[in-house]
Design a protein around this ligand. Structure first.
Ligand SMILES: Cc1cc2nc3c(=O)[nH]c(=O)nc-3n(C[C@H](O)[C@H](O)[C@H](O)COP(=O)(O)OP(=O)(O)OC[C@H]3O[C@@H](n4cnc5c(N)ncnc54)[C@H](O)[C@@H]3O)c2cc1C
Ligand SMILES: NC(=O)c1ccc[n+]([C@@H]2O[C@H](COP(=O)([O-])OP(=O)(O)OC[C@H]3O[C@@H](n4cnc5c(N)ncnc54)[C@H](O)[C@@H]3O)[C@@H](O)[C@H]2O)c1
Length: 471
């Protein structure tokens, strides 16, 4: 069979761009197909706008605490048009990196239309029929819309519309206290909205409970209200929405649904070619191969962790497998993630709870507080801690809550993957005063009983005795 390309990549988000770019850099003929915006969710309605909004909200929060360190700031004036512009300027500044022009330059043939899979090796896009021995599905996900009575009758926001708001909500009700719900709750509260989060289960359920408790306390101090119930019914109209949750009726101006994701895996031909689907996404093996030979699925469209760096990781794995024929499995033992609340909650590897489930009583935990970190004390910002989850001296995971916690994950990634030991981390020279010292302190604490144990003590005493005798 004569193929039009070596590989067809469907989806121009983090996953698809990495796979397509990687294959093109090895000189393959790549078709890259994107039906909507290049850059996908992360750039257009995910990470980038949310982090830009968080940056604006931090500035407002800083000014709201008028006098600090003996310095008084003016009362913050939040101008929504300016915040909106900042968010969209941030998107525009990163857009060239993900653009059609850049990927054409790298060597991809870029198609800006919706793809339809017509066979295990063929795809139609617009009027073109493409074929390749390998296809990569990287079609992402959509916000999941929970079954709430009346939701089809009232206007509601999702991450796809939130960043286009033309006014700051008076009262934002958020259904879902997961990652999106929590990041946006604090951002909008700090910008001046009244915010109510409706969550029946644990807030940020995947994270360490002690870390989340620190965040919850800060949120409550800042005035975010939590309702511990399921959103069951909504009614009303724009600017006057009533939401029923448990025994409460909450009235707000805007409603944000942040209740998880649904994979984009239907309606473009995958079922017709017999592709197996899992509970929430395309079923894949560890090499991201689907049940249809020659077709891979990566990123948010398959079941599994939904994060930009995971999409990128899977994209490069699949590119290596396709270009060099190297079977490349995913490996999650050092998977990091970070929720950009203030304080941040960062996690890598296993939480204490998951480690205990897996390794039982062999798990030990070392906890260091930022109250013992001199940089944090000097800055008067010492909320939070680092928990090192260990089996013997091996790091299984770490949970950090505190200012810039996400920046502290790198040495722990190296420790989990065996590229650096806890001993190396505990004895490294770290610039003073930095928050990174907390990782060194935790690693050293893990070694303390061994370093100052009976044998080294006896040896030191023996040497001291010898010295007294012979000096
Ligand atoms: C508010 C919010 C904040 C987030 N913040 C973070 C963060 O801080 N850090 C982090 O790691 N993750 C974050 N995420 C998650 C992150 O955005 C996603 O995990 C990531 O963008 C997924 O990338 P992807 O390439 O798999 O999918 P997507 O980016 O969704 O890309 C899929 C692309 O495929 C296209 N497509 C779909 N079907 C077809 C078709 N048939 N034909 C052609 N094109 C098609 C779509 O138009 C889309 O552009 C956030 C998510 C949200 C909602
Ligand atoms: N910083 C980051 O890395 C970051 C930021 C934002 C989003 N993301 C990614 O985006 C994805 C989606 O985030 P999310 O917050 O939408 O999902 P999530 O799965 O984190 O949280 C969804 C929450 O909605 C709740 N919920 C569902 N139905 C409800 C109802 N009827 N009433 C009240 N609550 C209800 C659930 O109990 C759950 O806690 C995540 O997979 C995450 O990985 C990552």
């Amino acid at each position: 069979m004569k193929f039009t390309h070596d590989v067809i990549v469907i989806g121009g988000g983090a996953a698809g761009l990495t796979a397509a770019g990687g294959c093109a850099l090895f000189g393959l003929d790549v078709a890259l197909i994107e039906g909507c915006k290049m850059g996908g969710e992360c750039l257009n309605d995910g990470c980038v706008p949310s982090k830009a909004l968080i940056a604006a909200s931090k500035r407002a929060a800083e000014a709201r605490e008028r006098t600090r360190y003996g310095v008084t700031l003016a009362k913050p004036m939040v101008e929504w048009a300016g915040v909106h512009k900042h968010v969209h300027d941030a998107i525009a500044s990163i857009a060239p990196h993900d653009s059609e022009e850049r990927f054409e330059e790298i060597g991809c043939e870029v198609f800006r239309d919706w793809a339809q899979v017509t066979g295990p090796q063929s795809v139609e896009v617009g009027w073109r029929k493409l074929s390749a021995p390998r296809i990569v599905i990287a079609t992402g996900s959509k916000p999941a819309i929970p079954p709430i009575e009346g939701l089809d009758q009232v206007p509601f926001l999702t991450n796809e519309t939130l960043f286009d708001l033309d006014v700051l909500p008076d009262h934002l009700m958020i259904v879902g206290g997961g990652v999106v719900g929590m990041e946006m709750a604090q951002a909008f509260r700090r910008l001046g909205s009244v915010v109510t989060v409706i969550e029946p289960g644990d807030l940020m359920a995947r994270d360490d409970r002690e870390s989340v408790a620190v965040v919850r306390e800060v949120f409550e101090e800042e005035g975010v209200r939590f309702v511990s119930a399921k959103a069951q019914k909504v009614e009303g109209r724009a600017d006057a929405i009533r939401l029923h949750a448990g025994s409460e009726i909450i009235e707000g101006s805007h409603l944000l649904i942040a209740a998880g994701r649904r994979a984009n895996c239907n309606g473009f031909g995958l079922e017709e070619i017999g592709m197996k689907m899992g509970a929430n996404g395309i079923e894949v093996d560890q090499r991201r191969r689907t049940s249809v030979k020659g077709i891979y699925a990566i990123g948010d469209c398959r079941d599994g962790p939904r994060l930009t760096h995971v999409s990128g990781y899977e994209g490069s794995n699949v590119a290596l497998e396709i270009t060099l024929g190297l079977p490349t499995k995913v490996e999650w033992s050092a998977l990091p993630w970070c929720t950009y609340t203030d304080p941040e909650v960062a996690q890598i590897g296993l939480t204490e709870k998951d480690a205990r489930k897996k390794h039982g009583s062999r798990v030990t935990v070392v906890k260091e507080s930022f109250r013992d970190n001199e940089r944090a004390l000097a800055e008067g910002d010492d909320a939070g801690h680092l928990k090192l989850v260990l089996k013997g001296k091996k790091v299984l995971g770490a949970s950090i809550v505190g200012k810039n916690a996400g920046e502290l994950l790198l040495p722990l990634a190296q420790s989990i993957t065996g590229k650096s030991s806890t001993f190396a981390l505990g004895s490294a020279i770290i610039a003073y005063p930095t928050r990174s010292e907390i990782s060194k302190a935790a690693a050293f604490t893990a070694w303390e009983p061994t370093v100052f144990g009976a044998i080294p003590k006896k040896w030191a005493q023996f040497l001291a005795k010898l010295r007294r005798r012979h000096a």
